[in-house]
Design a protein around this ligand. Sequence first.
Ligand SMILES: [Zn+2]
Length: 133
Amino acid sequence: MVEKYAAGENIASYCTKCKINLDHAIVAMTGETIAKVKCKTCGSVHKFRNPADPPKVRTPRVKKVKIDAAVATWEAGMAEARGKEHVYSMGAKYRIGDVVDHHTFGKGIVRKLYMNKCDVLFKDKERLMASAN
Ligand SMILES: [Zn+2]
Protein backbone atom coordinates (compact mmCIF):
# COMPACT_ATOMS: atom_id res chain seq x y z
CA MET A 1 0.00 0.00 0.00
CA VAL A 2 1.39 3.34 -0.97
CA GLU A 3 0.57 6.06 1.45
CA LYS A 4 -0.13 9.41 -0.06
CA TYR A 5 0.79 12.50 1.76
CA ALA A 6 -0.39 16.04 1.36
CA ALA A 7 0.76 19.36 2.69
CA GLY A 8 -0.64 20.06 6.12
CA GLU A 9 -0.65 16.44 7.23
CA ASN A 10 1.26 15.24 10.19
CA ILE A 11 4.25 13.06 9.76
CA ALA A 12 7.02 11.79 11.92
CA SER A 13 10.34 13.12 10.71
CA TYR A 14 13.78 13.47 12.05
CA CYS A 15 14.18 17.08 13.15
CA THR A 16 17.51 18.50 12.09
CA LYS A 17 17.34 21.07 14.89
CA CYS A 18 16.01 18.99 17.74
CA LYS A 19 18.14 16.06 16.60
CA ILE A 20 15.40 13.58 17.34
CA ASN A 21 12.38 12.10 15.61
CA LEU A 22 9.36 14.31 16.22
CA ASP A 23 5.94 15.13 14.88
CA HIS A 24 6.13 17.41 11.89
CA ALA A 25 3.60 18.95 9.55
CA ILE A 26 4.18 18.55 5.83
CA VAL A 27 4.86 21.96 4.33
CA ALA A 28 5.65 21.12 0.72
CA MET A 29 5.40 18.13 -1.54
CA THR A 30 7.39 17.36 -4.65
CA GLY A 31 5.13 15.02 -6.52
CA GLU A 32 4.54 12.24 -4.04
CA THR A 33 7.69 12.95 -2.15
CA ILE A 34 7.62 14.99 0.99
CA ALA A 35 9.90 17.91 0.33
CA LYS A 36 9.65 20.02 3.43
CA VAL A 37 8.29 19.60 6.89
CA LYS A 38 7.80 21.89 9.84
CA CYS A 39 8.78 20.73 13.25
CA LYS A 40 5.94 21.01 15.75
CA THR A 41 8.37 21.32 18.57
CA CYS A 42 10.85 23.96 17.41
CA GLY A 43 8.96 25.31 14.41
CA SER A 44 11.86 24.94 12.01
CA VAL A 45 11.18 24.05 8.42
CA HIS A 46 13.55 21.57 6.89
CA LYS A 47 13.77 18.66 4.53
CA PHE A 48 11.80 15.59 5.40
CA ARG A 49 13.92 12.90 6.87
CA ASN A 50 12.25 9.58 7.24
CA PRO A 51 12.88 8.49 10.81
CA ALA A 52 13.04 4.92 9.56
CA ASP A 53 16.04 5.77 7.43
CA PRO A 54 19.27 5.14 9.17
CA PRO A 55 21.08 8.40 9.82
CA LYS A 56 23.87 9.05 7.44
CA VAL A 57 26.94 8.35 9.38
CA ARG A 58 30.16 8.78 7.61
CA THR A 59 32.18 5.81 8.48
CA PRO A 60 35.80 6.63 8.06
CA ARG A 61 37.50 4.16 5.84
CA VAL A 62 39.60 1.98 7.94
CA LYS A 63 43.06 2.18 6.63
CA LYS A 64 44.61 -1.15 6.26
CA VAL A 65 47.28 -1.01 8.80
CA LYS A 66 50.29 -2.96 7.85
CA ILE A 67 51.42 -4.68 10.91
CA ASP A 68 54.95 -3.59 11.05
CA ALA A 69 56.96 -6.24 12.78
CA ALA A 70 59.66 -3.77 13.74
CA VAL A 71 57.18 -1.39 15.33
CA ALA A 72 55.45 -4.25 17.11
CA THR A 73 58.77 -5.42 18.51
CA TRP A 74 59.64 -1.90 19.49
CA GLU A 75 56.30 -1.38 21.21
CA ALA A 76 56.63 -4.64 23.06
CA GLY A 77 60.17 -3.69 24.03
CA MET A 78 59.05 -0.26 25.25
CA ALA A 79 56.29 -1.85 27.28
CA GLU A 80 58.70 -4.27 28.86
CA ALA A 81 61.57 -1.87 29.33
CA ARG A 82 62.18 -1.47 33.02
CA GLY A 83 65.52 0.24 32.79
CA LYS A 84 66.22 3.88 33.29
CA GLU A 85 65.34 6.37 30.65
CA HIS A 86 68.26 8.40 29.37
CA VAL A 87 68.70 11.11 26.84
CA TYR A 88 71.04 9.47 24.38
CA SER A 89 74.63 10.47 24.67
CA MET A 90 77.66 8.78 23.14
CA GLY A 91 79.50 9.12 26.40
CA ALA A 92 76.91 7.47 28.59
CA LYS A 93 76.87 3.93 29.90
CA TYR A 94 73.82 1.84 29.37
CA ARG A 95 72.41 -1.41 30.55
CA ILE A 96 70.28 -3.84 28.65
CA GLY A 97 66.69 -2.77 29.01
CA ASP A 98 67.46 0.90 29.40
CA VAL A 99 65.47 3.35 27.33
CA VAL A 100 67.34 5.98 25.42
CA ASP A 101 65.78 9.06 23.97
CA HIS A 102 67.60 10.03 20.80
CA HIS A 103 67.06 13.46 19.34
CA THR A 104 66.69 12.07 15.82
CA PHE A 105 65.57 8.47 16.19
CA GLY A 106 63.25 8.89 19.12
CA LYS A 107 63.05 6.42 21.93
CA GLY A 108 64.83 3.12 21.80
CA ILE A 109 65.56 0.18 23.99
CA VAL A 110 69.07 -1.00 24.66
CA ARG A 111 69.19 -4.60 23.52
CA LYS A 112 72.83 -5.59 23.46
CA LEU A 113 76.03 -4.19 24.81
CA TYR A 114 79.41 -4.24 23.14
CA MET A 115 82.71 -2.53 23.76
CA ASN A 116 81.84 1.15 23.48
CA LYS A 117 78.73 0.36 21.50
CA CYS A 118 75.26 -0.88 22.08
CA ASP A 119 72.41 -2.12 19.96
CA VAL A 120 69.41 0.13 20.39
CA LEU A 121 66.06 -0.84 19.00
CA PHE A 122 64.35 2.26 17.71
CA LYS A 123 60.86 2.36 16.34
CA ASP A 124 62.00 1.98 12.75
CA LYS A 125 64.99 -0.29 13.19
CA GLU A 126 67.77 -1.42 15.40
CA ARG A 127 70.88 0.71 15.37
CA LEU A 128 74.35 0.21 16.64
CA MET A 129 75.02 3.24 18.78
CA ALA A 130 78.19 4.49 20.34
CA SER A 131 78.28 4.40 24.10
CA ALA A 132 80.76 4.27 26.91
CA ASN A 133 80.16 0.68 27.98
ZN1 LIG B 1 12.51 20.53 15.88
